[in-house]
Design a binder for this molecule. Structure first.
Ligand SMILES: [Zn+2]
Length: 226
């Protein structure tokens, strides 16, 4: 079990490096992953892209720190509320990319205008407040807005993506930003054609193949390791 936790820690630090390299992080935002025994591995209160192995902390389901020298993030209640509401969710990324913030203030959220947007074809609900998620009440509201989707936009604030493993989370985290960017580029050219529901469903079937994220993730990892 120790080895599995260590591997998860190393994977989380690598995910932070990839997201930093792709320019989707700023000084804020955070990543977490579920651990056995109602515990959560989390980046601490520091810029997530600068996190090293020694910085990671372990918190409980109330957001109280159990291990590590750093402090929990102010928006930890968003993570604990989502883990409580969604037993299927194994990891969470919360961040503030400009493109995602821009789309969060348009009432429709992400539209599927590109293949990288297909992950979000079931909709990206918008939490309609720019206030930070610093208490359990707001955390529960964000979890309720997310529902059974894989991403929620927070108006004027950022976005949160959830997944059942870190590779998938990394892909969703990068593709949500790409989807938002392409949507804005397409909008500047006039009315945009969106994928049909049937096209989305056909493409999503391919996402269930084993190792479907490997080539995608390995490309981004190769950008941060020798
Ligand atoms: Zn935030």
């Amino acid at each position: 079990m120790l080895d599995a936790v260590q591997a998860l820690k190393e994977k989380m630090v690598l995910a932070c490096k990839v997201l930093q390299k792709q320019g989707v992080l700023d000084g804020y935002g955070h990543l977490s992953a579920r651990l056995p025994g109602d515990r959560i591995l989390s980046t601490p209160h520091m810029p997530p892209g600068k996190v090293a192995l020694r910085d990671l902390i372990v918190i409980d389901m109330q957001g109280k720190k159990l291990e590590g020298s750093g402090e929990p993030n102010g928006e930890t209640p968003m993570h604990t509320s989502i883990y409580k509401a969604r037993p299927d969710v194994q990891c969470i990324l919360h961040y503030h990319p400009d493109e995602v913030i821009a789309v969060s203030v348009a009432s429709q959220g992400i539209k599927v205008v590109a293949n990288c947007s297909v992950h979000f074809h079931r909709g990206t609900p918008i939490y309609d407040s720019p206030l930070l998620i610093r208490n359990h009440e707001r955390g529960d509201q964000v979890a309720a807005t997310l529902g059974d989707r894989n991403a929620v936009l927070l108006r004027g604030h950022g976005g949160t993506v959830v997944a059942n493993d870190l590779d998938k989370l990394l892909r969703l985290g990068i593709d949500l930003v790409r989807a938002a960017r392409i949507q804005m580029m397409a909008a500047s050219l006039g009315p945009a054609k969106t994928h049909t529901q049937a096209e989305c469903e056909e493409m999503i079937k391919g996402h269930d193949r084993p190792n479907t994220n490997r080539r995608y993730i390995d490309y981004y990892i190769s950008e941060v390791v020798d």
